[in-house]
Design a protein around this ligand. Structure first.
Ligand SMILES: C[S@@+](CC[C@H](N)C(=O)[O-])C[C@H]1O[C@@H](n2cnc3c(N)ncnc32)[C@H](O)[C@@H]1O
Length: 289
């Protein structure tokens, strides 16, 4: 039984980093007039209520979006992302809502583009289906994402993005997700893929990256880059950082993400100790980029 609820983490520093990257990738897809498809395999609820019990319990959004949502000097990508956040809130009011990846993707869709959302948790799936209702560009599924990814067949639309954002509640996902992702890349090598992972004390992400390296090795024309965000070390339990593996990044995305990371590094800090949160492109030579 799934118990993870993303509402506890919505808008925190890890979400900001992930969603800035997603907004940049979506902006690249919009640069060409030919339609694109986005497959969000672990979609979550679409929009999060920052005044609701989950967000209020952890107040993680105070370490992330609350610090930057009203800034006006953001570089491209961050600016698109902040516009999507502002669109969920009223102009003069406080920050009360936060767009998850489905809402960011929908904000980028044009009439011919398509969004495929998948979510297994019954509550999240219900919220997602209600939110997407009556938008004929969006399809909502309730399948095991690992199985869904393994079954990705070349979409009718030739361009697109696959978001893979597991909760890692089931520890075997550190192995099953890279395998499923590699199967998806094999069947659709033209796609752009973004895989999120947490950095925890046990450093299981290293195994995930090593598995990914193993399964992608030998595939031609597959390019890989990694970007990470990390708050200053504390003795607290929980996440020490988070990363994104981007496969087949668009031209110039690497530089844009580097600029966005520098901008975030100067602006995100931890309220509990006033120290800055660093965001940088990571060098994992083992990944064989
Ligand atoms: C990290 S959250 C997604 C957040 C969302 N992508 C965003 O950025 O706004 C992960 C989601 O995956 C769902 N999930 C967990 N295991 C799953 C599985 N095997 N198949 C599909 N969804 C799953 C969880 O219920 C949760 O809503």
């Amino acid at each position: 039984m799934l118990s993870y609820r993303h509402g506890f983490h919505a808008g925190g520093w890890a979400d900001v980093h992930k969603h800035v990257a997603v907004a940049l990738l979506l902006a690249h897809l919009r640069q060409k007039s030919t339609p694109f498809v986005v497959l969000d395999a672990f979609a979550g609820d679409a929009v999060y209520d920052l005044t609701g019990p989950e967000a209020v319990k952890t107040r993680e959004f105070e370490t992330g979006i609350a610090q930057i949502w009203q800034t006006t000097d953001a570089p491209a990508g961050v600016a698109d992302y902040l516009s999507a956040v502002r669109a969920c809130n009223s102009a003069a009011g406080p920050l009360v809502a936060y767009p998850g990846s489905p809402a960011l993707a929908r904000a980028a869709l044009r009439d011919e583009d398509r969004l495929i959302l998948n979510e297994l948790h019954p509550t999240a799936h219900r919220a997602l289906a209600a939110w997407a209702e009556r938008d004929s560009r969006i399809a909502v599924h309730k399948r095991d994402a690992v199985e869904l990814l393994g079954a990705v067949v070349t979409p009718q639309l030739r361009r697109g993005l696959v978001l893979v954002d597991p909760a890692y509640e089931v520890k075997t996902e550190y192995e099953t997700v890279p395998d499923a992702l590699a199967r998806a890349v094999k069947s659709w090598p033209q796609g752009i893929y973004a895989l999120w992972y947490p950095v925890l004390a046990e450093a299981r992400h290293r195994g995930l990256l090593a598995s990914l390296h193993r399964v992608l090795a030998g595939m031609e024309r597959v390019e890989v880059m990694v970007t990470e965000i990390a708050p200053p070390p504390t003795t607290q339990r929980g996440m020490r950082g988070a990363g994104l593996v981007i496969i087949n990044q668009p031209w110039r995305f690497h530089d844009e993400m580097s600029v966005a990371g520098d901008w975030l590094t100067g602006r995100l800090w931890q309220p509990q100790n006033g120290r800055h949160i660093a965001c940088a492109l990571a060098d994992y030579p083992d990944l064989g980029a």
